[in-house]
Write a new protein. Structure first.
Length: 268
């Protein structure tokens, strides 16, 4: 029987790979994200994601099957102690598994669209949890991609993986340097673009969302849409507020808009 990769070198807190792990934990390594736990690794393993390093604590592991599969994928595998696991893990229960995984890279020229296509544009997203939830929502509505402009939250923040339920590894995410370039890309692909604006007079239920690809643009949690989006000449839609609140959480708003358009496009 071949030796298990889980029977790896045991390393301590001063090892360079532990310092690298702590840097990823602090969200300071572009293109890398922290993955913890059995379910999270099971989700990771359904994608072609590269695992740079797997850190395994046998004392904290209840089931080695996921660990074995993750170890087979990982470029490097190390064992760590329960004490070190408690230091590097963000979660109270990580099942003895912590990995550094590579985020996928998507390019604007990779995409082609049809009249069934949906795109969500998120402008100025500030919180990693909301960014992750937006990614999960894009996946749930079978939208083609998430486009980011004026982003503040980082895709590499570990909370993005958690909030997206791992969908950050499979849902296409594009980022544009400026709003004008993003708007030009949408026009190039003949999108009907709707700005989500609580102050708009038109309800989100008025457009038919048929005849071509559809994009919605949602703003930041605190400041709404950047004025540059309003200067692009796109129409605006609103979700009626029937109570005392003046707006909804950005991810909830995005879900309402995307599923309305998906229902119209597919005749639900």
């Amino acid at each position: 029987m071949a030796p298990s990769r889980l029977d790896a070198l045991s390393i301590g807190a001063q090892h360079p790979r532990v310092r690298e792990l702590l840097a990823v934990r602090k969200d300071s390594v572009p293109g890398r994200i922290l993955v913890e736990g059995n379910w999270e690794h099971d989700q990771l393993l359904t994608t072609p994601t590269t695992i740079d390093t797997l850190y395994y604590c046998p004392e904290a592991a209840e089931d080695t099957s996921t660990a074995e599969r993750a170890a087979a994928r990982a470029r490097e595998v190390y064992r760590i102690s329960p004490k070190l696991l408690a230091r590097v893990a963000r979660r109270s229960r990580s099942d003895g598994l912590v990995s550094i995984a590579r985020l996928p890279v998507w390019q604007p020229q990779q995409f082609t669209f049809t009249e069934l296509s949906l795109v969500l544009v998120a402008d100025g997203v500030e919180y990693a949890g909301n960014l992750g939830t937006l990614i999960r929502t894009v996946d749930a509505a079978r939208a083609d991609c998430l486009v980011l402009t004026s982003r503040r939250a980082k895709l590499s923040h570990p909370s993005v993986y958690t909030a997206s339920r791992g969908m950050v590894l499979s849902t296409p995410v594009l980022e544009f340097d400026d709003i004008a370039t993003a708007a030009g890309w949408l026009r190039q692909h003949r999108f009907a673009v709707h700005l989500a604006d609580p102050g708009a007079t038109g309800s989100y239920r008025v457009p038919e969302y048929r005849g071509g690809p559809t994009a919605f643009v949602v703003g930041s949690e605190g400041n709404g849409l950047d004025r540059q989006w309003h200067e692009q000449g796109f129409d605006a839609v609103s979700i009626p507020m029937l109570g005392r609140a003046d707006s909804l959480n950005v991810a909830l708003s995005a879900g309402i808009l995307l599923f309305e358009a998906r229902a119209r496009k597919e005749g639900w």
